[in-house]
Design a protein around this ligand. Structure first.
Ligand SMILES: C[S@@+](CC[C@H](N)C(=O)[O-])C[C@H]1O[C@@H](n2cnc3c(N)ncnc32)[C@H](O)[C@@H]1O
Length: 243
């Protein structure tokens, strides 16, 4: 697919989900809280920021001196910051028109914290059916995504890999599962292979164990994200890099 076609598809999708600010509140709180825990930091980079419905930029700009939002869709990024009343004076910069499925990101300087914000499942969706049928190809694709996140982060920095793992399209019970039962419910789905391609958190943790630059990693409790009639389960893996 050409870059222009891919951009047009993402532009249309982001237009469709633009009005989800209110509905995304719990999801946004989950992510913003994780990003503002700890001491103030120098530089946050978010891959797949799109409409930024999952980021409270006013809160984040008090915690980080500089924030860089990266996405293929420039319109969504511009809308995202405008709708939250954010401008350059808040230290927020936009990097648009980049195709992150290539795993190439020519960063200007490494971030202290890097986030992959529900981007991975979309990148996987952009690969061929044949590619996604091969567990080895999917694992290699994910390895390259994780490497892109880590290599654009400073030593001793932090990476948050956040992804949707399943929706109520294939997990009908999801809307009825209580918060304290969600982790167990998702583990059962993983055991029967009911999750989005490449998002098995246990496989990712195993993969992270093999990376030289990883000091520790931690799987946070999952949460749900309501988007209209559709409900997604989402989780975050927090990776601490060696200094
Ligand atoms: C599920 S959305 C998350 C949006 C945003 N974090 C939010 O909650 O408003 C995924 C984002 O990834 C972006 N994206 C999808 N494929 C991409 C690619 N190949 N390169 C760069 N960004 C991409 C989309 O434009 C979209 O903004």
């Amino acid at each position: 697919m050409s870059l222009t076609d891919l951009q047009e598809i993402q532009r249309q999708r982001n237009l469709d989900t633009r009005g989800n600010w209110e509905r995304s509140q719990d999801h946004r709180n989950q992510i913003t809280t994780k990003l503002t825990a700890g001491e103030p930091e120098s530089f946050l980079r978010v891959f797949g920021a799109g409409n930024a419905n999952d980021l409270d930029l006013n809160q984040l700009s008090q915690h980080y001196t500089q924030i860089e939002l990266v996405d293929i869709d420039s319109e969504a990024l511009t809308h995202g910051i405008k709708s939250q009343g954010i401008s350059h004076k808040h230290g927020v910069e936009l990097v648009a028109d980049v195709d992150l499925s290539t795993h190439q990101f020519p960063y200007t300087r490494p971030a202290s914290t890097t986030v992959s914000a529900c981007l991975f499942t979309q990148l996987i969706e952009q690969q061929s059916v044949e590619h996604n049928r091969s567990p080895e190809s999917v694992a290699l694709f994910r390895e390259n995504h994780l490497k892109m996140l880590m290599s654009s982060t400073q030593p001793g920095g932090r990476v948050l890999f956040i992804t949707d793992i399943v929706s109520n399209h294939t997990a009908r019970q999801l809307p009825k599962v209580s918060e304290d039962q969600l982790n167990g419910f998702l583990s059962e789905l993983v055991a029967v292979n009911n999750f989005f391609t490449g998002t098995n958190p246990f496989a990712i943790q195993k993969q992270l164990d093999s990376f030289e630059e990883v000091a520790t990693h931690h799987l946070h409790d999952a949460w749900t994200w309501k988007l209209g009639a559709r409900r997604f389960a989402v989780y975050a893996i927090e990776i601490q890099l060696k200094a």
